[in-house]
Design a protein around this ligand. Structure first.
Ligand SMILES: O=C([O-])CC(=O)C(=O)O
Ligand SMILES: [Mg+2]
Length: 543
């Protein structure tokens, strides 16, 4: 089916193709006589692997998704660990940066500041209004660690939704990628004649808030069954709009809550191993966050529940966490702090600012070092060696994305800890051989969480996404390791099992929604866990 959709910048000649109905069988003679689906899958993989550059692979898969969506998702499911670095992090980051140059066709919905006052009519252009269940919405202001990309953020919404479809079996035409164009402060794009967005600087926050109020209201009217995932808003706006809308609409923020949940999950599994090696109780872990933006503070907030689940009070849990920002250790009395950092500002430190990471490590003596700074290489050899000297099994999670912004590589972490590191990164690293064994890096990326969290929220028809639902997704993931995965020292399950994991997470999320009383699909309450899991699986779309 082809539907005409006129993006606000276009002259109306572009067409948006909606994916995917099973393709009608072409009349005899219109395909080669021996075209066979199994062989064609091999052919597609050969074409894919034949591309030299990752961005070429991205473009190939993007075209395959448009032309033959069933084949695209089938290959996606069969080659998950090979595809995710292309359709998702890190290559999707490059696809965003080059979006205005590589652009071929509209995909998704663009709502610009010019539409303020008439957002309703823009949303009504969407062809499959009744089917809409999940939208990933970005304003492009902080795409991965790559900064303000303006309208070029669209591929991140598209990439996340491809994982919803592949990883949680959401039906393709139930997904809406949305990019809000509120301007960009990146001069390079404003000067670029090919840039596809509004050629203006970002509007001030009060104007943006009026826009967001209208946008969210109209979304809830146009798409009453829709869950909204906020993605890659700049830190202040990420917190602002999560708080503003979270009790009013079904919405969550992937960078605050999704990343928080995935790191909590990996941390639970790492802490079990580390505590077994050190003999120290789980409640005595000390976590240092290097980077205090939306992701850093979101993760810190989520990790509080690691300690409260161990029986500590909220205050005691907070005492186990230290933040470092670009000025060094965050503490009360250092001077004015951004609001979102205040909660974790240390109250037990009064000295002069501690700026250098090595000095902070020396002062805090953490068992775990988390990187959410987007400062490439910030975990130096000396920092990694210090962690290894402090701990028999140091926990080091360089979580910044994409790969080139990671605080350290897996290789360095293994080398400088003599193989003792418990490691997870935001972006993928290859496994490495080490003293006759293979060591596997964990990928602490929210891609493990949002498909299942979203699926559970949609099936429960929740009116809001509660903290308990996010926590349930995290615990569901932590407990999803198989015996083999545990024996291999993995902190996260293999991504090939994403469907199974998403179903498990969805089950836990639905139960948490029921307990919080935010579920509107109340018939699910009477089901046993086995029945509910079967229900979840029956709702998954298969290519
Ligand atoms: O997209 C990813 O890979 C993870 C994420 O949300 C981010 O880095 O903002
Ligand atoms: Mg993100």
């Amino acid at each position: 089916m082809t539907i005409v959709l006129t993006p606000y910048w276009s002259n109306g000649v572009q067409k948006l193709k909606m994916a995917p109905q099973p393709p009608p069988k072409p009349a005899h003679g219109l395909t080669p006589p021996t075209l066979d689906e199994e062989v064609h899958a091999v052919r597609c993989m050969k074409q894919f692997r034949g591309k030299e550059k990752d961005i070429e692979k991205y473009i190939y898969l993007s075209m395959l998704k448009e032309q033959d969506p069933h084949m695209f998702y089938r290959l996606c499911l069969n080659h998950m660990s090979e595809f995710t670095p292309i359709i998702y992090t890190p290559t999707v980051g490059q696809a965003c940066q080059e979006y205005s140059h590589n652009y071929r066709r509209p995909e998704g919905l663009f709502v610009s500041i010019k539409d303020k006052g008439k957002i309703r009519s823009v949303l009504r252009s969407w062809p499959k209004m009744d089917d809409a269940r999940i939208s990933v919405v970005t304003d492009g202001s902080r795409i991965l660690g790559l900064g303000d990309l303006g309208i070029n953020g669209m591929p991140i919404s598209i990439g996340k939704l491809s994982l919803y479809i592949a990883g949680a079996g959401i039906r393709p035409h139930s997904t809406i990628p949305i990019t809000l164009d509120l301007g960009t402060n990146t001069q390079k794009y404003l000067d670029d004649p090919l840039y596809l967005g509004m050629r203006q600087r970002r509007v001030p926050t009060d104007v943006m808030t009026e826009f967001m109020d209208e946008f969210m209201h109209e979304m809830s009217v146009a798409f009453p069954k829709l869950l909204v995932q906020f993605e890659d808003f700049s830190t202040d706006h990420a917190f602002l709009y999560l708080e503003r809308f979270r009790n009013k609409y079904p919405v969550f923020n992937d960078d605050i809550q999704g990343t928080g949940a995935v790191v909590l999950s990996g941390f639970i599994n790492a802490a079990r191993i580390a505590s077994a090696a050190s003999g120290e109780p789980l409640s005595s872990h000390r976590i240092l966050f290097f980077g205090a933006g939306s992701a850093g503070v979101g993760v810190a907030m989520q990790l509080m529940s690691f300690f409260t689940l161990e029986g500590l009070t909220e205050d005691q849990a907070r005492e186990c966490i230290w933040l470092v920002d670009s000025q060094g250790l965050v503490y009360e009395g250092r001077g004015p702090l951004a609001e979102h950092k205040e909660y974790f500002a240390r109250r037990d430190y009064r000295g002069p600012p501690i700026k250098d990471l090595l000095d902070v490590l020396d002062y805090v003596k953490p068992t775990a070092l988390m990187g959410l700074s987007t400062v490439s290489g910030a975990f130096s050899r000396a920092a990694i060696e210090t962690m290894a000297a402090l701990n028999p099994r140091p926990i080091i999670f360089p979580l910044s994305n994409p790969v080139k912004l990671s605080e350290c590589t897996f290789d360095d972490a293994v080398k400088y800890t003599n193989g003792t590191v418990l490691f997870a990164s935001g972006s993928p690293f290859p496994e490495i051989p080490w003293q006759g064994r293979t060591l596997f890096p964990g990928q602490g990326n929210n891609m493990y969480i949002f498909p299942g969290l979203g699926l559970g929220s949609i099936l429960a028809r929740c009116s809001a996404v509660s903290d308990s639902m996010v926590e349930a997704s995290s615990l569901g993931l932590a407990n999803s390791l198989t015996e083999d995965e545990t024996a291999a020292g993995l902190l996260y399950p293999q991504i090939e099992r994403i469907r199974e994991i998403s179903a498990d997470i969805a089950l836990q999320v639905i139960r948490a929604a029921q307990e919080a009383g935010v579920d509107r699909h109340t018939e699910l309450r009477a089901m046993s866990d086995a029945e509910l899991l079967a229900f979840v699986n029956s709702k998954m779309w298969n290519p």
